[in-house]
Ligand binder design. Sequence first.
Ligand SMILES: [Zn+2]
Length: 298
Amino acid sequence: MISVYEEIMLEERRQTRTRLNKCNQIDEDLLCTECGYNLRGLSVENTCPECGMRIGVSRRGIALRFCDPLWLALLTDGARWLAIGCVAQAALIAGVTIGSVLFPGAPAFRVALWITLIPTVLFILHGFDKLTSHNAEEDESLLNIRRLPRIFFFIAGMGTLATTLLTLSPPVRILIRLFIATPFFALSAILLLAYLRKLARRIPHLRLARHTTLFVWSAILMGLLMFLVEGFMQTVGLLRGVPPAPTSTPANLMGTYLLFVAVYAVPQMLFFLACAWLMKRYHKVFSLTLRQARGYEE
Ligand SMILES: [Zn+2]
């Protein structure tokens, strides 16, 4: 592991491309980006004899502005769609929280929720997909920090679909929600943020990377909170049975509701709004990098 500082120094040195001789071979000392092997004398068309990494990548450096503009355009677009999706998600949480008090059980309210939910899910899916798309120029292992959030997101989505579309017994539904949907959504968000932090270091934009670390930690806390609150609510709901037992008067239901808003809905809403702001920053930085990359191509 090399430190971020060393990584940037390495980048600065690579800004001017490495010299080649007449046979297209590396004409000075150049260390492989992946394993540190000295690539001097090898053809740029080849791969590193030690680790198999393309020599072209080591020669160009790992800074994002040297990457394929098509891939950078996907990142830029993905950050934008994810920002929109996060705002929509925050609005949806606010809608559910307020609407379930004002119009409990009203069919029009349920329809309105579905109408908001579908574009929200599509925005987030679309943004997530673009932001974690593969850069064809880079070789990667089967399981890596780019692919794992996609896999976890898929598992969580399947769990959610199963609990929404299938008729399952309440304990099974609760187990799927608690041990598949919630933790895998949280894991995919945590790993996506960690992946973005890695990209921020390759810009290199260390302040953005540091701020993203804060988001990684808040996503871990959000995941734990969701698990605890949902677990508690679902277990209570299961024990009480539906409809609620006659002992639960409207007064103590209101108390439970306010507690739910304070510890669950509001933190979640704030988290999604903060994520939208972070994605907007990534969008700005990626589009700047994209412009630089297009400049190098000309
Ligand atoms: Zn190597």
